[in-house]
Design a protein around this ligand. Structure first.
Ligand code: NAI
Length: 386
């Protein structure tokens, strides 16, 4: 029987919710492009409840204990004496969400003698050292598409709130003010602007589709070019590289995974090629940008605004400079953890576990590393150092 070690974020400060703002979730029939929703044999939770926090347990306890396995759930994940480190040596499976990642470093791989499977409940497996997973023959899987649309919606929200300067105006209202000049002096229309995405995978393409009705000029770069009919239907301009694309854009949104090709991409050099007053939105991973270069670009006016929900490390320390830099619209890492997304990635996590325990293949599109190689979605979207 297996030990499943699951790292989840803490419950709300006032306790696990007893009621919710809405009753249930809309029913979806599938993902864009035809990929099917998760297909576990059953679920033991009501879609729409909080599953990503410690008491939510991703809805897995009944299933796992019913099958004779052990489930350990903790939020205590960092530092050598953390519960996670203490529980790791005999764990067979590790599960965590990118919002509160269990950083699976090469050192932790050395400690995890029984480890066979790492599941990202969500999307983005950069918190796992993929080279170490390749070396150790550990399978890494994520719930591809489970929260891609959730993030795309967040990106559109953040683009509009930066360009229109929504958050400062909201602050003025809360503080009892009414100076219209104050709230419009940095407020523009998105219409007519040039908007580009770094990567047009599931999230990037969904952002492009959602922005097309705003009458903007759409640009993208990706190591896989989209089919011509998609480019034509959205009137997309493709660029060979990020460096080619960003100088023509008023708004840039980053939607690529963090891997050796993208790490540190947005540093002083690339930022200096952006239009003065451009907006940058990163909901992909923080280390695709250089933390201090972003602060400098906002201070100098090179960037008129920066928003996103990804930080490094997570949780971000109280003195992280992005909390106080000018003209930002940051949130904690939340875009992919709406209650809607949680229902999908919890069901997908169970699907992966069922496949693993029953000796059935995990869906190709969920795989990042398998059998000592990048596989499935991992081979399409990631690279390794070695
Ligand atoms: P996807 O695998 O569908 O798309 C990734 C795209 O990035 C692929 O089209 C790939 O070709 C492209 N790409 C990879 N390296 C590139 C490079 N060097 N230059 C240009 N393009 C490159 O993944 P999806 O669903 O669109 O997610 C993308 C990323 O977004 C995830 O890996 C994760 O880091 C992040 N994410 C963030 C979430 C949040 O809550 N903030 C939630 C879900 C994902």
């Amino acid at each position: 029987m297996a030990k499943v070690l699951c790292v989840l974020y803490d419950d709300p400060v006032d306790g696990y919710p007893k009621e919710y703002a809405r009753d249930g979730l809309p029913e979806l029939s599938g993902y864009p492009g035809g990929q099917t929703l998760p297909t576990p044999s059953a679920i033991d939770f009501t879609p729409g409840v909080l599953l990503g926090s410690v008491s939510g347990e991703l809805g897995l306890r009944e299933y796992l204990e019913g099958a004779g396995h052990t489930l350990v759930v903790t939020s205590d994940k960092d530092g050598a004496d953390s519960t996670f480190d203490r529980e790791l040596p005999d764990a067979d499976v590790v599960i965590s969400q990118p919002f509160w990642p269990a950083y699976m470093t090469a050192e932790r791989f050395e400690k995890a003698r029984n480890l066979k499977l790492i599941i990202t409940a969500g999307i983005g497996s950069d918190h796992t050292d993929l080279d170490a997973a390749v070396r150790k023959g550990v399978t890494v899987a994520e719930v591809t598409y489970s929260n891609s649309i959730s993030v795309a919606e967040h990106v559109v929200m953040m683009i509009l709130s930066l360009v229109r300067d929504y958050l400062p105006a909201w602050e003025v209202v809360k503080e009892g003010g009414w100076n219209i000049a104050d709230v419009v002096k940095r407020s523009y229309d998105l219409e007519g602007m040039h908007v580009g995405t770094v990567a047009a995978g599931r999230i990037g393409l969904a952002v492009l589709k959602r922005l097309a009705p705003f009458d903007v000029h759409l640009h993208y770069t990706d190591r896989h070019r989209l089919p011509r009919e998609v480019e034509e239907s959205l009137n997309l301009t493709w660029h060979e590289s990020t460096a080619d694309m960003v100088p023509v854009c008023d708004v840039v949104t980053i939607n690529a995974p963090l891997h050796p090709e993208t790490e540190g991409l947005f540093g002083d050099e690339l930022l200096s090629t952006m239009k003065r007053g451009a907006y940058l939105i990163d909901t992909a991973r923080a280390r695709i940008t250089d933390r201090d270069a972003i602060v400098r670009a906002l201070q100098s006016g090179r960037l008129a605004g920066y928003a996103g929900d990804v930080w490094f490390p997570q949780p971000a320390p109280p003195d992280h400079p992005w909390r106080t830099m000018p003209h930002h619209g940051m949130t904690p890492h939340m875009s992919g953890s709406s209650l809607s997304a949680q229902a999908r990635y919890s069901a997908g996590t169970r699907e992966i576990l069922e496949c693993f325990f029953e000796g059935r293949p995990i869906r190709e599109e969920y795989l990042i590393v398998e059998g000592g190689h990048l596989a499935g979605a991992g081979a399409h979207s990631y690279s390794t150092k070695e």
